[in-house]
Design a protein around this ligand. Structure first.
Ligand code: HEC
Length: 149
């Protein structure tokens, strides 16, 4: 019963959210603080530094830093095009049909993960939720990315 109520609450929430614009400040930032900040926050290294000593940072539960609007969209549009989409996807859009390795971080239950994935998708734009890397993405696809502040 509890799960059912939680499920209905999440569903209602995601329906309500779909009706309004998803923005960084209102929706994504709080979600990021809750689910991502502890490994991608201000003590984490920027991607260039991270790449120099990947193993050591990973062992310390630190991924590349993305603690501001600009630092987060770096992993959506350019230069790390599509990283957010490839890592957060639940497997419906990935080449091998497997979920990205950050999908699990979106929540403790499948309902929570799905609701949070939906928020990210609405923010980026459903049509822009594509897995392409830099060099694969077209200029038109890049221009369609939404990510309102
Ligand atoms: C427990 C720590 C942890 C949490 C929580 C976490 N991450 Fe990560 N993340 C990592 C580590 C470590 C890496 C680097 C290793 C790898 O590539 O898998 C990483 C890599 C990434 C990458 C790939 C960046 C690149 O170089 O292309 C993205 C995107 C990402 N995370 C997004 C997120 C988002 C969004 C959240 C929150 C929903 C999140 N992560 C939560 C530890 C974490």
């Amino acid at each position: 019963m509890k799960r059912l109520i939680a499920g209905i609450a999440l569903l209602t929430f995601s329906l309500l959210v779909s009706a309004q614009e998803v923005t960084y400040r209102k929706h994504i930032r709080p979600l990021w603080e809750d689910k991502c900040e502890r490994c991608h926050g201000s003590v984490a290294p920027y991607l260039g530094t991270f790449a120099e000593d990947k193993k050591a940072y990973e062992a310390d539960d630190k991924g590349p830093r993305m603690d501001s609007y600009a630092d987060l969209i770096f992993f959506i549009g350019w230069p790390d095009t599509g990283a957010i989409m490839r890592r957060l996807d639940d497997g419906k859009h990935t080449k091998d049909g497997k979920a990205g390795n950050m999908y699990q971080r979106l929540g403790k239950t499948e309902d929570e993960r799905q609701a949070n994935l939906k928020l990210f998708k609405l923010w980026v734009g459903e049509a822009s939720w594509i897995m392409k890397k830099p060099g694969e993405i077209t200029k038109e696809e890049l221009m369609r990315i939404k990510t309102p502040y």
